[in-house]
Write a protein that binds this ligand. Structure first.
Ligand code: ZN
Ligand code: ZN
Length: 385
């Protein structure tokens, strides 16, 4: 277990920090204290924000939708000035649409930031997105893939909450639905966090000030939380460190698509190799997932990318696992395929290029009308916890 980071001096050991966020208040919610402390220490601190937060309307009479993005751009600038963060990059993606962005492109964008700023440390959300927001989940994935693809690899930290801290959010969450996609966010005990930073009083004052200069994003919250509850909910910042050895590395698309065949021969079983690299097809009714009705996520057996959710799986009677949709836009690529004397549409993994199966326009009419007919051998099922 690495040394726990609990003080301003410990924060200095993080070196140059790049924060990767989805919305122009995320940095202040989860890391204002760390960022302000690092800036005060004289460390280089950079924040990247994927969207202008233009979709998160809180009070339409005060902050109309048409100008919300511009309002929040100005608010973030003000908050970063309070925190002493001098460098900021907008990624220019649509609020609420990050999960639909081409993952390869988004990862390449983050990678170019890593090359430009050479951070020692990257801080972002965990795969759960902390609040469950799909934009948070997406930026976490991008940062993780990009950080894993550069050398030297920066340290990578994911924001978490402790059970005690979460207790103090509950009144606000009940009113504002902050944890909107998640009933119980993943909580970590403070002793299991690598960063467990209780903000000194002066830093806490800066954090509070940063919230105040972002009224279109925080006014409701600040009204709901008493100053005491605010302190308890936001007075400490917790992060766990991502460890690619333990936490299943997933390599970025650029690297994966250029792997030599020897890599795949070593990684895949002969059956998987035949299907995924030589575009083979498994014998119907023989695959292990044809009759799998458990809920969970089907990942690419070659690279680990999440491809299909059990929620879209249906019994097609074809003998192959069938899905009416992909887990998110951009996860697969489609190619016209005229092999075997048939006109078909081939489905490949967008991350690694592996052949998965074909898609046919005879899926459930009340859904998408599509039938993704996928080889079990190309999939790796992870049951929902
Ligand atoms: Zn956010
Ligand atoms: Zn793949």
């Amino acid at each position: 277990m690495p040394k726990t980071i609990t003080t301003a001096q410990d924060i200095a050991t993080l070196g140059t920090i790049l924060g990767v966020w989805a919305h122009p208040d995320d940095e202040s919610f989860v890391a204002a204290g760390i960022l302000a402390t690092a800036a005060r220490n004289g460390q280089t601190v950079v924040c990247a924000t994927a969207t202008e937060g233009e979709a998160g309307i809180q009070d339409i009479t005060k902050w109309p939708a048409e100008t919300l993005g511009a309002t929040r751009v100005a608010e973030l600038r003000a908050a970063l000035a309070v925190l002493g963060v001098e460098q900021h990059v907008w990624l220019g993606y649509p609020d609420g649409g990050c999960a639909e962005i081409s993952q390869a492109k988004a990862v390449a964008g983050i990678r170019s930031l890593l090359r430009r700023f050479q951070p020692d440390t990257v801080i972002t959300f965990g795969p759960d997105g902390l609040t469950g927001h799909p934009d948070h989940c997406a930026v976490s994935r991008w940062a993780t893939l990009a950080a894993g693809s550069v050398r030297p690899r920066p340290r990578l930290f994911y924001a978490v909450h402790t059970p005690e801290q979460h207790e103090h959010f509950k009144p606000a969450d009940a009113r504002l639905n902050i944890f909107f996609n998640i009933d119980q966010p993943p909580l970590r005990a403070a002793e299991n966090c690598v960063i467990a930073y209780e903000l000194p009083r002066d830093i806490m004052a800066l954090k509070h000030q940063a919230f105040k200069v972002m009224p279109s994003q925080t006014q409701k919250l600040l009204r709901v939380l008493t100053p005491r509850a605010f302190y308890r909910a936001f007075g400490a910042e917790y992060f766990v460190e991502y460890n690619p050895q333990e936490d299943e590395p997933m390599t970025d698309s650029d690297t994966m698509k250029h792997q030599p065949e020897s890599y795949w021969k070593g990684k895949l079983t002969p059956e998987q190799y035949h299907i995924m690299r030589e575009k083979g097809t498994e014998v119907p009714w023989t695959g292990i997932y044809v009759d799998n009705h458990a809920s969970g996520m089907y990942r690419c057996a070659a690279c680990g990318q999440e491809l299909f959710s059990s929620e879209t799986k249906f019994d097609s009677g074809s003998g192959w696992p069938s899905f009416y949709d992909v887990a998110a836009t951009g996860r697969v690529e489609l190619h016209e395929d005229s092999s075997a004397g048939l006109q078909r549409t081939e489905v490949t993994c967008a991350n690694c290029g592996a052949h998965l199966g074909h898609v046919f326009p005879d899926g459930p009419a009340d859904k998408t009308g599509q039938r993704y007919c996928i080889n079990s051998a190309a999939l790796d099922f992870k049951a929902a916890k």
